[in-house]
Design a protein. Structure first.
Ligand SMILES: CC(C)(COP(=O)(O)OP(=O)(O)OC[C@H]1O[C@@H](n2cnc3c(N)ncnc32)[C@H](O)[C@@H]1OP(=O)(O)O)[C@@H](O)C(=O)NCCC(=O)NCCS
Length: 183
């Protein structure tokens, strides 16, 4: 079952994060992860949890909603407990992210450590495009690959943060008229 994380899920999700060899490379600690998850929940980020039939959280997707990059959703983390990998859970979590993000955003963006070939293949099979690399972006010696997946076609885009063109103003009655680029 995949649903929005509850406050009492957060300690288990922080344990899941600390147990991840990938996140340990980024120096993640239990206290740091728990604090970040609590702040994310308070800020209204998307936190989806995948549970076993017994209700135990074994997967997490964390999405930050933004107005940047033509109203992009930023997938900060997709993580499945090692014992559950390869069972389709990651794919179902990613589909749930896309479905929720499509109702609030026009695009999905995320970073993957460049040497994380399993995750890169996973995303590329799901229509995500590698845009380029950001060497050492968040930690020295750890290089990030930037990915993008459009969620809504042109003509069906949600209004951005200020639309410059007449066409985009006509295409959405809700489009704000601020004089700013819509990126
Ligand atoms: C990337 C990740 C979320 C995928 O989760 P998952 O539950 O393994 O995903 P799925 O089972 O839906 O798909 C895994 C794919 O690898 C294949 N696979 C086969 N055996 C596998 C195994 N033993 N372990 C993992 N994947 C395996 C699956 O067939 C599937 O292929 P597909 O992409 O053609 O569908 C998971 O590997 C993970 O948590 N990695 C660590 C964190 C990470 O790298 N996150 C992404 C960057 S934020």
């Amino acid at each position: 079952m995949i649903e929005t994380a509850r406050a009492d899920d957060l300690p288990r999700l922080a344990e899941l994060m600390v147990g991840s060899p990938l996140l340990r490379r980024y120096g993640v600690t239990f206290e740091g992860a728990l604090g970040a998850l609590m702040a994310a929940r308070a800020a209204g980020d998307g936190l989806l949890v995948a549970r076993t039939e017994a209700g135990e959280p074994v997967g997490l997707a964390w999405v930050i909603w933004t107005r940047a990059l033509n109203r992009g959703a930023y997938l900060r983390l997709l993580l499945v407990a090692e014992a559950w990998r390869g069972t389709g859970l990651g794919g179902r979590l990613f589909e749930a992210v896309e479905a929720e993000a499509r109702s609030r955003a026009n695009h999905l963006y995320f970073l993957v450590t460049t040497d994380n070939t399993v995750a890169r293949r996973f995303y590329e099979r799901r229509g995500c495009r590698h845009i380029g690399e950001l060497p050492g972006l968040t930690a020295p010696g750890l290089d990030e690959a930037l990915y993008h997946k459009p969620l809504r076609p042109h003509g069906d885009r949600l209004p951005g943060d200020g639309e410059l063109s007449a066409r985009s103003q006509q295409s959405s009655a809700e489009a704000p008229r601020a004089c700013a680029p819509n990126l």
